[in-house]
Write a protein that binds this ligand. Sequence first.
Ligand code: SAH
Length: 330
Amino acid sequence: MNSLDFSSASIAEMLAFKGKEAEKLRSDADNLTDKIFGGNVFLRGIIEVSNICSKDCDYCGIRRSNDKVKRYRMNSDEIKQVIDSAYTEGFRTVVLQAGEDNLMDENIAQIIEYAKLKYDISITLSLGERSEKIYRMWRDAGADRYLLRIETTNRNIFKMIHPDDDYEKRLNCLAILQNLGYETGTGVMIGLPKQTLGDLADDLLFFKKNKFDMLGFGPFIPHRETPLKESATAELDLVLNFTALCRLMNENANIPATTATGTLDVRGREMALRSGANVIMPNCTPKKFREEYDLYDNKLGLSENADDSLARAQKVVKGAGKELLLGVNK
Ligand code: SAH
């Protein structure tokens, strides 16, 4: 396996593998994953705490100019209740995710303190770009991990799809998070308009170079109320090859089988777990809110409740021939 050539050109070639070659790539990644994680899959519960967003990203269904979406912001008690029930169900990590809604910043700190005091639980944040001061406040409150996707390392595409963002600023946020001692995750969308296999190879090289703790990615899936509504989505084969290469290039990283991959194909998450992924992130958002956290069309689990999402994740993990770690803070 060590003989694999991870030059940009060779990665691009492997991303395009089909048939036997693709199977071999994915099973190599799966074997390595089993060697490192012993066939265990880590569990993280996502709580989508607000869909209010100050940004207008071209791909995202909760972008600020989508006035068809009903906006919500969960209050502190509601979020604490979800953490309480997630803990009871066996979750030992929750991910608080939202649009870029900085009116929640103080509440988030207080919720982190509540959870860390009461439980043996890890707190991951996925709340977008903030100042060092706010990242530090949350870290001081006890937050363990932070997810901030670079979305694409092709600067032209980044600029094209992010009217409010600057690539260098995003990179700087990631550096700040790493310096503050967060376990830091990034990731990309696969199949963005104009994105080539070479771009995806560069994304993989960027992951490797910056030694992230977590790497999350999935297909770009168009949303009907966005400027990218007519764009094509990625093929599952490409997502799985990307997953396998991501594992082979980042042995110890936590790599989730994401909701977007499960939305692309009913067996998507199961296949991702057999191609290098080692994490599953069921949705814990209360049903009345989750329908409004509508990032892309047909998002998996929109009409389920939290119990259904956990039960479904358990089936997916079993289908992949792995074991889901419930009640373990890993
Ligand atoms: N505001 C936070 C959380 C964003 S939602 C932040 O910006 O970090 C989490 C992820 O969903 C995004 O990083 C993006 O990669 C993904 N996403 C958004 N719209 C998508 C779409 N149409 N298709 C696939 N993934 C999408």
